[in-house]
Design a protein around this ligand. Structure first.
Ligand SMILES: Nc1ncnc2c1ncn2[C@@H]1O[C@H](COP(=O)(O)OP(=O)(O)OP(=O)(O)O)[C@@H](O)[C@H]1O
Ligand SMILES: [Mg+2]
Length: 259
């Protein structure tokens, strides 16, 4: 029996018809093992988010075979019990008209075996503490009362509370400054170490990918053009697209790559 979380064999995803067809993912193959942190790195429009949505069961590939724990994704609700996401815009993920705490508690509604009310309160408190927020500090607060960085932490608190098996994090650090970004990356590592979570981390920045991952996939123009160990990929890049991404690392993250 394989312990692969995801297994993709030549999967493709097209949008549109005829001459207007856009190929977002083009015959991509990979395996992701249980407990791995894999970063998918590439420029804008190369297909990262479409691949993330295939992993979430939001899109079905037009071709190829895509398996989660050895089986095709048939029931998205069952799938979301185990596989959850953090997307680019934290405000889009919370309703402005309900308190943050109420929404963290509501999030448990997605679970098949919903914990008791008392356990939910406790898990919300623990999750807030895991992202360094005192529960009292957000008591009665609404999303508009928090900064972008604080909201991104609330998204991560939701993940700490629900403890999914797999997390798909699509540019979770895009809205925050360098200091908060380092914190978020540390929380992601904590999710892996403490909960053994499998994490797919999507970014433009190969420096961040190097910092957090067990393995890096480089995407360009709907294909995975290079894949491997972060040290190998950054120190001995084989694809010109990897070299370009290495040149584009913001200076602030460059020091992470040096040994
Ligand atoms: N629902 C859709 N309908 C049509 N085309 C789409 C759709 N979703 C994505 N695309 C196209 O697929 C390609 C890949 O998009 P995707 O969102 O995966 O890029 P990305 O790598 O996530 O980029 P970014 O880094 O800017 O988020 C793009 O050309 C995009 O326009
Ligand atoms: Mg994207």
């Amino acid at each position: 029996m394989s312990s692969n979380i995801f297994s993709a064999k030549k999967i493709s995803k097209f949008f549109g018809h005829g001459k207007k067809t856009v190929c977002a993912v083009n015959e991509v193959s990979f395996d992701i093992a249980d407990g791995e942190i894999v970063s998918i790195v590439g420029g804008s429009g190369c297909g990262k988010s479409v691949l993330a949505k295939i992993m979430l069961g939001l899109y079905k590939p037009n071709g190829g075979e895509f398996l989660y724990k050895g089986k095709p994704i048939t029931n998205t609700r069952d799938h979301w019990n185990e596989v959850q996401s953090v997307f680019q815009d934290p405000f889009g993920c919370f309703n402005q008209f309900f308190s943050i705490r109420a929404q963290l508690k509501d999030a448990f509604g997605i679970l098949k075996n919903k914990p008791s009310k008392q356990e939910i309160e406790q898990r919300v408190d623990e999750a807030l503490l895991a992202v360094n927020v005192k529960p009292a500090d957000i008591e009665g607060k609404y999303p508009f009362e928090l900064s972008g960085g604080q909201m991104q932490r609330m998204l991560l608190a939701r993940i700490f509370a629900l403890k999914p098996k797999v997390l798909i994090a699509d540019e979770p650090t895009s809205m925050v400054d360098a200091c908060v970004r380092a914190n978020i990356l540390d929380y992601l590592m904590k999710l892996k170490v403490e909960l053994g979570m499998t994490i797919i981390f999507i970014t433009h920045d190969i420096g961040l990918a190097y910092y957090v991952s067990d393995r890096i996939f480089i995407m360009h123009d709907a294909k995975i053009v290079e894949a491997g160990d972060p040290a190998e990929v950054t120190q001995n890049p084989q694809s010109p697209h990897t070299i370009k991404l290495l040149e584009d690392i913001p200076d602030i993250n460059r020091e992470w790559i040096k040994k």
